[in-house]
Write a protein of this length. Structure first.
Length: 743
C-alpha cells in the first residue's frame, strides 16, 4: 500500500500541474473559435438585413431604423446594433449600444485586437460590416454579441477538463500499479530463483524471468561469491581448524553466538555413590564430537537428565554449568516420567528406529503408544529450545534419531531459527524405511530443518530416495535440496570426527607406561600382544562376530594361543530392552566358550569387561594396545576408529575396520574387513599382529594426517558456515519480499 501511495501521489500531482497549465490554453483556443464563429454570424446578419436597412436609410426615418434594430436584438445573443451613416458623429443604435463608441472610432474598435471588449455588462464581441445603402459612401453596421454564454461554457469546460484529468490520472495510476505489481511479482520470483541458484548455475523454468533478470544476474553471482568467500574462505585446508577458529566463525555471524544443542544423552551425568555425588562423562560418539564444539561456542546443551543425582545439582530452571570446575557452557536438563522414557527412548527410538536404520537383522517393533510418547517428548524439548533461545533466530543443532519430529516444531515456534539436524546413524533405503507406520510424519518433521546432515553421501542419497518415494516434494539432486511447501532443506554430508589434538593425551604418560599399566591391570605378561575393542554392548557393533574372528585366528594360528589377548570394553546400554539383555548374555557366553576352548598356560584369549570407563582409561587402552578392532555390522561413522588413531602419537598400532562403518570411507589405510567373514577377519588380525613397524608407521601417519585436518571443529564449522550462508540467503529473501509487499 505504501508503494502504491508513493507512486500514485506524484503521478496525480504531475497530472494536476499539467491540467493547470492546459486549462488556460484551452480557454484561449475556445475563445478564438467562438470569435471566429461570431464573426461569421455577424457577417450573415449584415447580409440578411442589408435590403430592409437600405430602404429605411433612404426614407431617412431614424426612429424606424431604431425600431428595426430593437427587433433584431430580441435574439438573446445579439446585444446591440448600431449604424454609422456618412456625416453622423454617433451611430443610430439600440439603447444598449455603448456610448463611448463613436462613428469615428468604430473601425478602431473593430480591429482584431479589440474585437472582444470588456464592459460593465460583461464580455462583448464587436463586428463592423459595410452595408450598401445607395449612398456614395457605404454605411457601417456595428453588431455587438453578448459573450456571457462563452464565459459560462468556458467555466464548464474548465471543470470538465479538471475532472477528466483527475479521472485519467487515477486510471493511469491504477493500471500502472497493477501492471507494475504483476511485473514486480515476476521480478521478485525471478530474484528468488537467482538467490536459490536457478538461472545462475543451471537453467530455470522461466526463461522470461531469467532474461529480464540477466542484467543483475552477474551482481547476484558476485554477492554469492562474496558470501562464500566470507564464510568459507579457507575450508579446503588453508585454515587450521581449532576451537579458536570455530569461535571466530560464530562471532563473525550476527546472532551466531546463540547456539543450542539438543540431544537425548547429556555430556555430564551426576550419580550418587557411597562416597557422594560423582560426575560421569558417558562413552558416546555424539558426546565426544559435540563437547569440544560447545566448549568453543559457550552455548546451551539441552538433554535428558538421567543421572540419579541430576536433580540435586541443577538450579530451579534445570541448569548446571559444565564441565565441573570450568563452566565452559550451560547444560539444561529435561525431566521425563518413567512412561515417557520407556515409550520415547526405549520403545520408539531404540526398539523401532534403531533396528530399522541398522542392517543388524533385529526386527523393529513399533507401538502407537510409544510414538505418542515420542511426539510428546519432542514437543517438550522444542518448548525448552524456545525458552533457552536468547534471540528469535538461534542456531539449533538437533542431534540424532531421538528428535525426528522436533525440527518442524522448532520452525513453527521460531520461524527465524536456523535448525541444523544431524542424523548420527545410517539412513536405510526407501523400502526399509517404509516399514515404519509413521514414516510420513518423521520425514515431515526432519524437513523442518534448514540443513539435514549425514555421515556419508550414501546415506544422503538414501534419504533423497526415501523422500522422493514417500512424499510430494521437489527433490533437487543437483543441489541436494528438498522443497516442501516453500521451505527448502539442504541435505549435506558432514563426516563427524574428533577433537585434535585429543585432550586426554595431555594427561597421559608415555606409550611404554600405558602398555605396562594395562597389562598389569589385566594380569598379563609384558610380552603378550594386546587387541582392544571399545563399544557399547550393542548388537550393531559386531562384538559376537569379532569374537568368532578371534576364535578362528587361534584355530588357524595356534602360535597365538597364550600370546594374544583381546580386551573388549563394553559399556552396558539399554538394559530395559530384551534384545540388549539377550545380546549381553550371548556375548559373555561366547567369550567364556572361546576361553575354554583355547585355554592354555598363558593369557586368556578374550577379556570381556562390561562396565563404563572414563575417557582417560579408554585412551590408556588405546595407547597400550597393538591392535584395535572395529567390526560394526552397520554404523554411521564410529568414532572409536578415529579415537584409536588419534591416541597413537607413537605412530604404531594397527586398526582393523569394518567396511560397513562410515569411517572406512575416510580411513582406507586401516585393514578393511567384512565382519560377517570370520576367515577374512582372522586373517586381518594375523596380519595386524605381524605387520612390520615401518608399515604401521606409514599407515598411521596417513590416517593421523587426515584426522588432524578433518577434525571435529571442521565438522562443526562446515555446518555452521552453511547455516550462516542460509541465514544470509534468507535475509536477502526477506528484503525482496519486503520490497514486493511493503507494510
Amino acid at each position: 500500500m505504501r508503494l502504491s501511495l508513493r507512486f500514485l501521489l506524484p503521478l496525480m500531482l504531475v497530472v494536476g500541474l499539467f491540467a493547470y497549465a492546459a486549462v488556460p490554453l484551452a480557454d484561449t483556443l475556445m475563445l478564438r473559435w467562438f470569435v471566429r464563429d461570431l464573426d461569421t454570424r455577424s457577417s450573415a446578419i449584415a447580409t440578411a438585413v442589408t435590403g430592409p436597412l437600405s430602404g429605411l436609410v433612404l426614407t431617412g426615418s431614424t426612429p424606424r431604423i431604431e425600431q428595426f434594430f430593437e427587433r433584431l436584438t430580441q435574439d438573446e445573443r445579439l446585444y446591440a446594433v448600431g449604424l454609422c451613416l456618412a456625416g453622423r458623429a454617433m451611430p443610430i443604435a439600440t439603447p444598449d449600444f455603448p456610448a463611448d463608441i463613436a462613428c469615428s472610432s468604430l473601425r478602431a474598435h473593430a480591429d482584431a485586437a479589440k474585437a472582444v471588449m470588456t464592459t460593465a455588462h460583461g464580455m462583448l464581441h464587436l463586428a463592423v460590416t459595410p452595408v450598401d445603402t445607395g449612398d456614395a459612401q457605404p454605411a457601417q453596421l456595428a453588431i455587438l454579441h453578448d459573450m456571457s454564454f462563452i464565459e459560462r461554457r468556458s467555466e464548464e469546460t474548465r471543470r470538465y477538463l479538471f475532472v477528466f484529468f483527475a479521472v485519467l490520472a487515477f486510471l493511469v495510476a491504477l493500471i500502472t500499479i497493477v501492471v507494475a505489481q504483476l511485473s514486480w511479482r515476476g521480478w521478485v520470483n525471478g530474484l528468488r530463483a537467482l538467490l536459490r541458484g536457478e538461472g545462475l548455475f543451471r537453467a530455470t523454468s522461466s526463461t522470461v524471468a531469467t532474461r529480464e533478470l540477466r542484467p543483475i544476474a552477474g551482481d547476484v553471482r558476485e554477492l554469492i561469491r562474496e558470501l562464500e568467500e566470507r564464510y568459507r574462505p579457507r575450508d579446503e585446508g588453508q585454515l587450521a581448524w581449532s576451537a579458536a577458529s570455530l569461535k571466530a566463525i560464530l562471532e563473525r555471524e550476527p546472532g551466531g553466538g546463540d547456539v543450542i544443542v539438543v540431544s537425548n544423552r547429556e555430556p555430564y551425568i551426576h550419580v550418587k555413590t557411597d562416597n557422594g555425588v560423582r560426575v560421569q562423562h558417558p562413552a558416546s560418539g555424539l558426546v565426544t564430537a559435540l563437547e569440544p564444539v560447545m566448549r568453543a561456542c559457550a552455548g546451551t546443551w539441552i538433554a535428558h537428565g538421567s543421572g540419579s543425582a541430576d536433580r540435586e545439582t541443577v538450579d530451579r530452571s534445570g541448569h548446571v554449568d559444565v564441565p565441573p570446575g570450568e563452566a565452559a557452557y550451560r547444560l539444561r536438563r529435561i525431566w521425563l516420567t518413567e512412561e515417557e522414557e520407556a515409550g520415547y527412548y526405549s520403545g520408539f527410538a531404540n526398539e523401532g528406529l534403531w533396528p530399522l536404520c541398522h542392517i543388524a537383522h533385529v526386527r523393529p517393533t513399533f507401538r502407537s503408544s510409544d510414538f505418542t510418547h515420542y511426539r510428546k517428548v519432542n514437543e517438550k524439548f522444542a518448548d525448552a529450545v524456545v525458552a533457552e533461545a536468547r534471540t528469535d533466530a538461534p542456531i539449533v543443532l538437533v542431534q540424532d534419531y531421538h528428535f525426528a519430529l522436533m525440527p518442524r516444531m522448532i520452525m513453527e515456534r521460531l520461524p527465524n531459527a536456523t535448525v541444523v539436524t544431524f542424523w548420527h546413524i545410517p539412513w536405510p533405503n526407501p523400502e526399509a524405511f517404509s516399514i515404519c507406520p509413521w514414516r510420513v510424519e518423521l520425514l515431515d518433521g526432519l524437513l523442518g530443518s534448514s540443513i539435514l546432515g549425514f555421515h556419508t553421501q550414501f546415506h544422503c542419497n538414501n534419504f533423497l530416495d526415501t523422500v522422493d518415494r514417500l512424499l510430494e516434494a521437489r527433490v533437487d539432486r543437483e543441489t541436494f535440496e528438498v522443497n516442501v511447501s516453500g521451505h527448502a532443506t539442504a541435505v549435506r554430508r558432514y563426516p563427524i570426527s574428533i577433537a585434535w589434538p585429543p585432550e586426554p593425551l595431555a594427561r597421559q604418560w608415555g606409550i611404554g607406561h600405558a602398555r605396562a599399566a594395562v597389562r598389569k591391570r589385566l594380569g598379563l605378561p609384558a610380552d603378550v600382544r594386546l587387541g582392544v575393542g571399545i563399544d557399547r554392548l550393542d548388537y550393531t557393533k559386531g562384538i559376537l562376530e569379532r569374537f568368532h574372528a578371534i576364535d578362528r585366528l587361534l584355530a588357524t594360528h595356534p602360535e597365538w594361543v597364550g600370546r594374544f589377548t583381546f580386551v573388549q570394553i563394553a559399556a552396558p546400554t539399554r538394559g530395559t530392552i530384551a534384545d540388549y539383555r539377550d545380546y549381553a548374555a550371548r556375548a559373555k557366553a561366547l567369550a567364556d566358550e572361546i576361553n575354554a576352548r583355547h585355554a592354555g598356560d598363558g593369557a586368556p584369549p578374550i577379556r570381556l569387561i562390561a562396565e563404563h570407563h572414563e575417557a582417560d582409561a579408554v585412551y590408556e587402552y588405546y595407547r597400550g594396545a597393538d591392535v584395535c578392532v572395529v567390526s560394526s555390522l552397520h554404523d554411521g561413522m564410529n568414532l572409536v576408529a578415529k579415537e584409536f588413531v588419534s591416541a597413537r602419537d607413537d605412530e604404531r598400532g594397527v586398526l582393523v575396520l569394518s567396511q560397513f562403518a562410515g569411517a572406512s570411507r575416510e580411513l582406507p589405510e586401516a585393514l578393511i574387513v567384512n565382519p560377517y567373514d570370520a576367515d577374512q577377519c582372522s586373517a586381518a588380525l594375523h596380519r595386524a599382529l605381524t605387520m612390520p613397524e615401518d608399515e604401521q608407521r606409514d599407515r598411521m601417519r596417513l590416517m593421523r594426517g587426515l584426522l588432524r585436518e578433518f577434525n571435529v571443529y571442521r565438522w562443526a564449522g562446515r555446518m555452521l558456515m552453511d547455516a550462516a550462508a542460509i541465514r544470509q540467503h534468507r535475509k536477502l529473501g526477506r528484503r525482496a519480499r519486503d520490497a514486493a509487499h511493503p507494510a
